[in-house]
Design a protein around this ligand. Structure first.
Ligand code: UD1
Length: 431
């Protein structure tokens, strides 16, 4: 297993290219199952979760071609399996997104229940309830969701909670249903809108994506299409926070400033100068220490839970005492214990962290526990007074495309070492 070693190296300064959004590309790849034909997707990030999705879809019979610009063409005309096995689903919860497409196109699907997750229980009851409302017969047997429906029927679905993948699963299922489906209290995340745009390019009739009511008029068949995925707003936000905590200047290119309002607002409140163009965002701290900012996570367009860990770190080195309230996932504060080991002053009380900033943190060996927590720890290394060694970095590879290269480009000192090499180096006597 690899480790990352991050050593504070002063303010970051430079430009970084933002990759395609993981959370847009995953459902879009799954949507290829809806077509007896080809779906070509560009702006694909180089991530572990994408490889897992390609393996999963490949097992179902989807064929892939990758062109020289890394665009993926998925051809689901030869799908011959309707079962998504536990071995793959357990490594990536978004695998549940094959349920809606398989069921609506083939009349049958078996998808393993994803099981536990470090950040919270993350049930899929809303996915199941919505499909049942569309007429599916669903049983939970041997740890699998087993669903059948000759043809799904349009329905009015009111989601009890705002769920991103829940909305996406039902939206995909509804594209081939008989009649019109309305999803109320739908997730408004930009990745949901991107999926809707891709489905429409395939001939679906989806309106209202981006609002909390999405309407899908079912059609008999979808057709081949091409789609370019949106840029990753969470990756963008992560590099901007890296600039803020190091009191530096970071320009993110190939990104979309219109889908990051809540995060940019908080960075401005923290004292950052933010400039934006059509496809870039530049943050400049002008050497100043950030001011602490209160954070309250909630569904889009409010502050994203996927940026909470990075802002806990920002507050840990900012000037002031604030609260960070996590309302989406009940256990998404695993980074706090690790930051405490680096000397951060953070008190946890249920879903609230009270953070008092210090000018810097001290280096320590830490452990990545989930995707965004690991990004937070990598950024913590940038502001520690001695090297930070991060263990279990496979989490970071699930969602951050080339993080060492990108941070190095900005001037950070970061390297990846294999565990056995690291262990050998620890045994060497000090020079
Ligand atoms: C997606 C994102 C993830 C992000 C999260 C919240 C992808 C692949 N992942 O995850 O990065 O952190 O949105 O913005 O896009 N819930 C239920 N029952 C359900 C479904 C959800 O109770 O059937 C609850 C969850 O426990 C959670 C809340 O609803 O408390 C939101 O979860 P949801 O939006 O579904 O998260 P994901 O789609 O898994």
């Amino acid at each position: 297993m690899d480790k990352l070693i991050v050593t504070g190296n002063g303010p970051l300064n430079g430009e970084v290219r933002i990759s395609g959004a993981k959370n847009a590309v995953l459902p879009i790849l799954m949507s290829s199952l809806l077509v007896d034909g080809k779906l070509k997707i560009s702006n694909i990030p180089h991530l572990h979760d994408i490889t897992t999705t390609v393996s999963l879809l490949g097992q179902l019979g989807v064929q892939f071609q990758v062109d020289e610009r890394m665009a993926i063409e998925a051809d689901a005309s030869g799908v011959n399996q309707i079962r998504a096995p536990y071995e793959l689903v357990k490594t990536m919860r978004a695998s549940i997104l094959v349920l809606g497409p398989l069921l609506t196109r083939f009349g049958e699907a078996e998808v393993s229940l994803p099981g536990g997750c470090a950040i919270g229980s993350r049930p899929v009851n809303l996915h199941i309830k919505g499909l049942e409302q569309m007429g599916a017969d669903i049983k939970i047997e041997d740890g699998y969701v087993k669903a059948k429906a000759a043809r799904l029927k349009g329905a009015r679905i009111n989601m009890d909670l705002v769920s991103v993948t829940g909305t996406e699963n039902l939206m995909m299922a509804a594209t081939l249903a008989d009649g019109t489906t309305t999803i109320e209290n739908a997730a408004r995340e930009p990745e949901v809108t991107d999926l809707a745009n891709c489905l429409n390019a395939m001939g679906a009739k989806v309106t209202g994506a981006g609002s909390d009511v999405i309407t899908i008029e079912g059609v008999k068949k979808l057709h081949s299409a091409e789609h370019r995925a949106i840029s990753d707003r969470i990756e963008t936000g992560t590099y901007l926070v890296a600039g803020a905590v190091t009191r530096g200047r970071v320009k993110c290119k190939d990104t979309d400033p219109t889908i990051l309002d809540a995060v940019l607002g908080k960075l401005r409140e923290a004292g950052a100068n933010i400039a934006v163009g059509e496809d870039w965002i530049e943050l400049d701290m002008k050497g100043k220490r950030p001011k602490a900012v209160n954070i309250y996570t909630a569904p889009y367009p409010a502050f994203p839970t996927d940026m909470q860990a990075q802002f806990v770190l920002l507050n840990a080195v900012a000037d002031g005492t604030v609260t960070v309230v996590e309302t989406i996932f009940e256990n998404r504060f695993m980074h706090v214990q690790e930051l405490q080991r680096m000397g951060a002053d953070i008190q946890l009380n249920g879903n609230t962290a009270i953070v008092t900033g210090k000018p810097s943190l001290s280096g320590a060996p830490v452990m990545a526990t989930d995707l965004r927590a690991s990004a937070c720890l990598a950024l913590a290394g940038l502001v520690a007074d001695s090297p930070v060694t991060i263990d279990r970095i496979y989490h970071i590879d699930r969602g951050y495309d080339c993080i060492e290269e990108k941070l190095s480009q900005l001037g950070a000192s970061i390297k990846r070492v294999a565990s056995h090499v690291w262990a050998r180096e620890q045994k060497k006597p000090a020079a």
